[in-house]
Ligand binder design. Structure first.
Ligand SMILES: Nc1nc2c(ncn2[C@@H]2O[C@H](COP(=O)(O)OP(=O)(O)OP(=O)(O)O)[C@@H](O)[C@H]2O)c(=O)[nH]1
Length: 510
């Protein structure tokens, strides 16, 4: 059967549930904030990558547009001295207009300088060995080519070459038009981006060559990135994507976003350090987790005190209950003691008096008869004298038990020790004749016990009894009248020779 758990158990469980709920809610809340923070940063890196891709696309597009004009002009005007002079001025003008450009160059089919944007070009310069030159010589496509970064032999700068092929009128290879973009131009833009202390950005050729990056390092420019997690993520996810990557170089985990340039085979990548992204979240989490732990401790402590208080109260209540039960028991005993005769176990005089009054009133109300038998042990003084007081007590106890077994059969009957060796039986709704019959039964039963009494003529203990009964409704008189008349009858029995029952009006002798 299901037993309802105790209040202390339920309170403890409630406090534990509240504490757990507090911690769980805080954990869920923190986890959610962390996810939101990472999502926001993912959007931020994605926007950075978009801005970088746009900037790189625009930068290269402007250089490429200049190249288209140069190629068109050479193919139209040729490379005569006058045409080259005009072209030189145009190149210088373009370089002035476009801050990303280091220079514009034109090379013939053998890689020799034809014209460039500089005022005083270096003589006998041949670029036939450069990667971009070899590319155009071997590929007939007329589109732009973004080459691997090179170091300028003129000014030592790191440059990104953007080039286009120049065709002869017959379609054969006629040379290369080249625009060189200063790597530093990208560096300035990248330095303006807010990527934290451990953030990183990079511009990478789709073939895997690093063009430039922040933090800048000369060794990294031109490096093959094909084996890096970033490049693999780009290859897996396509032109736009996001990936969390642990850097093999510095051991920092970064949230990377990458995006391909709209018009050229490069992609821009922006990355923020995960630790930096989550630094603010950690601070906030530590604060409110500390607060929640403190709150949980307070709730737990208050709950613990409450449970202890309840246990204490329960214990006190149990003790009080025990004390009350003991008191009630004691009270009952005292009541019994107060109403019972200690020697015979019959009702004592007090109870007899109270019962007599009650039964008297009842008999008056019911118009019924109330009978009384007064009993006295014959020559009891002598008995004591002969056998001692203790034997006298024992004799009284035996007589008491005998009377109790014969009288007090009906609920209203009461056998009592009236005083000394005198006993009484109160019998409601009983007339004198019935009472006399019972008295006689008692007398004869005691006689039949054959308690030896050397002082008696018969040799045994005997009783004398006086009986009377009357109806208070018919004969208005106080209860003591009944006692007195029964006593008179008892006296008559004694006078008549003892060991007999007398009624108030007449006496019977056995
Ligand atoms: N052992 C004992 N004796 C008691 C007790 N109460 C009364 N008695 C004795 O009972 C005796 C009563 O004696 P009496 O009143 O002279 O009457 P009796 O000797 O019985 O003579 P009759 O009544 O005339 O037959 C006294 O000696 C009391 O001491 C009791 O509780 N125990």
């Amino acid at each position: 059967m299901f037993r309802r758990p105790s209040i202390t158990f339920r309170t403890t469980a409630f406090v534990a549930v509240v504490c757990l709920a507090l911690v769980a809610l805080d954990f869920l809340n923190s986890w959610h904030s962390r996810a939101v923070q990472l999502k926001q940063m993912s959007v931020a890196t994605s926007n950075l990558a978009r801005a970088m891709a746009q900037q790189a696309d625009d930068t290269i597009k402007q250089a490429d547009t200049a190249l288209i004009g140069i190629v068109e002009r050479i193919q139209h005007d040729g490379t005569g001295p006058a045409a080259l002079d005009r072209l030189h001025r145009l190149l210088a003008m373009r370089v002035n207009e476009l801050p990303q450009l280091d220079a514009l160059h034109v090379y013939d089919k053998d890689g020799n300088w034809v014209v460039n944007s500089r005022e005083e070009p270096p003589q006998n310069l041949n670029n036939a060995q450069r990667e971009y030159f070899a590319f155009h010589r071997e590929h007939a496509e007329r589109g732009p080519h973004i080459g691997v970064p090179v170091r300028s032999r003129t000014n030592g700068k790191l440059l990104i070459p953007v080039s286009r092929r120049i065709d002869n009128p017959d379609g054969s290879f006629g040379g290369v038009a080249l625009a060189t973009i200063d790597v530093e131009f990208f560096g300035k833009f990248y330095d303006s981006l807010d990527i934290g202390e451990a953030g990183a950005v990079a511009l990478i050729l789709e073939s895997g060559t690093m063009m430039t990056r922040r933090p800048f390092s000369v060794e990294m420019v031109g490096r093959n990135m094909r084996e890096t997690g970033l490049f693999r993520a780009y290859k897996d996810q396509g032109p736009v994507g996001t990936a969390e990557i642990l850097s093999a170089q510095d051991g920092i985990t970064r949230l990377n976003s990458f995006r391909r340039l709209a018009n050229y085979p490069l992609f821009a990548a922006a990355a923020l350090s995960k630790d930096e992204i989550l630094a603010a979240w950690w601070r906030e989490t530590l604060w409110h987790t500390g607060g929640v732990i403190l709150l949980t401790l307070i709730v737990g402590f208050v709950g613990w005190r409450l449970v202890r208080q309840m246990e204490l109260q329960n214990r006190t209540e149990a003790e009080l209950r025990r004390a009350r039960d003991a008191l009630e028991k004691l009270n009952k005993t005292l009541n019994t003691l107060a109403m019972e005769d200690g020697l015979t176990g019959l009702a004592n005089r007090r109870q007899f008096d109270v019962t007599l009054d009650n039964e008297f009133s009842r008999a008056m109300r019911d118009a019924s008869t109330l009978a009384l038998i007064l009993i006295d042990v014959d020559c009891f003084k002598q008995y004591n004298d002969i056998y001692g007081h203790a034997a006298g007590d024992e004799c009284l106890q035996t007589i008491g038990r005998t009377i109790a077994s014969l009288a007090a059969r009906r609920p209203g009957d009461l056998a009592a020790r009236y005083g000394g060796e005198e006993l009484a039986v109160l019998l409601p709704k009983t007339d004198v004749a019935a009472a006399a019959v019972l008295a006689e039964k008692i007398r004869s039963a005691v006689r039949d016990l054959e308690i030896v009494h050397a002082g008696m003529p018969g040799g045994f203990v005997t009783l004398s009894a006086g009986v009377d009964a009357f109806s208070p409704a018919e004969t208005p008189s106080p209860p003591k009248e009944l006692i007195q008349s029964a006593d008179r009858a008892l006296y008559a029995a004694k006078m008549a020779g003892r060991n007999r029952v007398c009624t108030a009006m007449r006496s019977t002798q056995t």
